[in-house]
Design a binder for this molecule. Structure first.
Ligand SMILES: Nc1nc2c(c(=O)[nH]1)N[C@H]1C(S)=C(S)[C@@H](COP(=O)(O)O)O[C@H]1N2
Ligand SMILES: [Mo]
Length: 210
């Protein structure tokens, strides 16, 4: 892994780095468990739970690839304190999924599901952010397997564990529930600008009881 470097000082420097974060040269690979093998014939993306019409939606890989493509510029802030700034992510905006497969009015949170049962919960408002994107590309290039190919979620305004790699679906929820890391000591909301790293920092209302 590259050594983290401090952002050079100068005009506007540090302004983009959340507290306690260092700029990372290169793009390290960080995740729990093995890298899943992509099998296009078995891959599907599912939207389920409290959908507006009560129906599940399912796309195979070809269908998902035909959804509207957009790009957003967004940072990656790992809770282990390295950050990558200003990457261009290409893929399907989370908002597009919300439009195509709308949630029921009572939905307050989503659980984003990935291979091997990895999950992360998000407030609906965070998921609906205009920079939350199901990315297939970074800086114009297809994601590599280690970085989440064929699909990962990127939510630039939250810590990066809130963006599952190898994502396979979204569950609409009418109450909050903790995902994989949120059950294992990490903050339920995960706002890097407020340094919401660990669950012991949670205030009443930040998440369901542990
Ligand atoms: N499926 C899955 N996605 C995951 C993780 C994981 O363990 N499993 N780790 C998260 C964490 S903690 C970070 S920092 C980013 C790292 O993404 P990168 O390896 O592309 O840098 O992926 C996130 N997505
Ligand atoms: Mo991370």
């Amino acid at each position: 892994m590259d050594q983290p470097v401090e952002r050079e000082s100068g005009e506007g420097a540090h302004a983009e780095l959340p507290p306690g974060q260092r700029l990372q040269r290169g793009w390290p690979v960080t995740h729990y468990g093995p890298v899943p093998k992509f099998r296009p014939e078995r891959w599907e993306f599912r939207v389920f739970g409290a959908t507006a019409d009560g129906e599940k939606r399912c796309w195979n890989h070809e269908e998902f690839a035909a959804l509207p493509y957009a790009t957003v510029v967004g940072d990656l802030h790992c809770v282990t304190k390295f950050s990558m700034l200003g990457a261009e992510w290409g893929g399907v905006p989370a908002r597009a999924i919300l439009e195509i497969a709308p949630p029921a009015p009572a939905v307050t949170h989503v659980m984003v599901w990935a291979e091997y049962g990895f999950s992360s919960n998000l407030r609906l408002a965070d998921f609906a952010s205009d920079r939350a994107i199901f990315a297939t590309h970074k800086d114009g290039e297809l994601l590599t397997a280690e970085h989440g190919f064929p699909l990962r979620l990127v939510v630039p305004h939250l810590y990066a564990w809130k963006g599952p790699k190898w994502v396979r679906g979204v569950e609409y929820m009418t109450a909050d529930r903790r995902g994989f890391w949120e059950e294992r000591g990490y903050h339920n909301v995960g706002d890097p600008w407020q340094e919401q790293r660990y669950s012991y920092q949670e205030e009443p209302g930040d998440g369901p009881e542990l």
